[in-house]
Design a protein around this ligand. Structure first.
Ligand SMILES: Cc1ncc(COP(=O)(O)O)c(C=O)c1O
Length: 375
């Protein structure tokens, strides 16, 4: 029996009747660009997050880039983010012409460590991008205090945190703008690429509307030079069908995480996810730390258990960022995590039996490998 890392077919089978109606309705009307589904989804997602505006865009990466641009940030400016994130966060900074400054992550949550931010701030720093990695909100109270003290914009990277809460407030409502990805495997995923910017700032919303659609709010009148970064209407229709189920799916992920926590407590030498007090994560990923990670991953694969690594090489050690001049010892926590973290199977419909099998196989692999190590 294979246990997939993510099972996207489960969701599709459950939603097929509604999905077929929604998709064929778009096709029958040939309403492919900026249609009714697009506008409806923007309204529903803004209401779900609790923000004034939602602007659909083509990807989560584009959402970040356009949000940074809409904050007026560009060449000569610096933007701070965490060393342990997906490269999309920093690619977006570079695309605007701004420079990347990395900060270390908290060794318990793997999110941006608020205590490390101030030493990275310079006269050129314009914004912070906290990433709510793996579905757990970053520690937003101290992050917002630092941003206010230094007059910095805050753009939340919510690509992995649809519906997550920090002291009762949804991730995506703390900063000046927040960016979501609807990549198929995300907690709210499209059937292709998609993304959104959520904001309470009318100016940022207006600017993003122009930037995503050739600088134009009236056809063939271009106030500025923009981009073609719209959310496609078919994807908006798919997202509109899925959004009402998001809380249910997130709750199922939390139940799955609780069972992993309980079973893994019995397995020696496994570090399970730490949840900050007052935080309600949505477990986009369930990430553990172990030694011999690569051998354990191979052993699990041989037993049919698929896992992932998010991310094996932290950004400061990526070949693409040699030019930043960072050394492994600049971010010892992120450097330590790279070879130790393993993401276990996690998705809305994962069964108790599947979770028990994953934990049994994991504990067997650890016992076998520790025997090999002591031989
Ligand atoms: C933390 C983070 N930021 C940004 C992105 C970019 O999203 P997309 O793939 O939709 O461009 C992702 C997607 O994987 C992500 O995980």
């Amino acid at each position: 029996m294979t246990i997939p890392f993510v099972d996207l077919k489960l969701q599709y089978r459950m939603l097929k009747p509604q999905m077929d109606v929604a998709i064929s309705s778009v096709l029958e009307r040939s309403a492919y660009i900026m249609g009714k589904e697009h506008n409806d989804f923007e309204q529903s997602f803004a209401a779900y997050i609790g923000a004034r505006h939602c602007l659909g865009v083509s990807t989560g990466t584009d959402a970040l880039e356009l949000a940074i641009r809409a904050c007026g940030i560009g060449p000569g400016d610096e933007v701070i983010t965490a060393a342990n994130t997906f490269i999309a966060t920093t690619e977006a900074i570079s695309c605007t012409g701004a420079s990347i400054r990395l900060v270390e992550v908290d060794p318990r949550t793997y999110n941006m460590d608020p205590n490390q931010i101030e030493s990275a701030i310079t006269a050129r720093t314009k914004a912070l991008i906290p990433v709510h990695l793996y579905g757990q909100p970053a520690d937003m109270n101290p992050i917002m205090d630092i941003a206010h003290k230094h007059g910095l914009k805050v753009i939340e990277d919510c690509a992995q945190a649809h519906g997550a809460k920090y002291h009762g407030q949804k991730a995506g409502t703390f900063g000046d703008a927040a960016c979501f990805s609807f990549y198929p495997g995300k907690n709210l995923g499209a059937y292709g690429d998609g993304g959104a910017i959520v904001t309470n700032d009318d100016g940022i919303a207006d600017r993003v509307k122009l930037l995503r659609n050739h600088g134009s709010s009236e056809k063939y009148v271009h106030e500025i030079e923009g981009y073609c970064r719209r959310l496609d209407n078919l994807q908006a229709a798919v997202l509109g069908v899925k959004l009402p189920y998001l809380d249910e799916w997130n709750a199922a992920r939390r139940r799955a995480a609780a069972l992993y926590d309980q079973l893994l407590a019995e397995v020696p030498d496994v570090v399970t996810p730490y949840v900050l007090p007052g935080v309600e994560p949505v477990y986009h990923l369930y990430v553990i730390q172990i030694s011999n990670r690569d051998q354990v991953q191979t052993a699990l694969k041989e037993q049919g258990v698929e896992t992932g690594i998010h991310y094996p090489i932290p950004l400061h050690q990526q070949p693409a960022y040699k030019n930043l001049g960072y050394k492994p010892e600049d971010f010892p926590v992120s450097t330590m995590l790279g070879p130790r973290i393993l993401s276990l199977p996690m998705f809305g419909g994962i069964t108790e039996e599947q979770i028990r099998t994953v934990v049994a196989e994991l504990s067997q692999a650890l016992i076998t490998l520790s025997g090999v190590a002591t031989m």
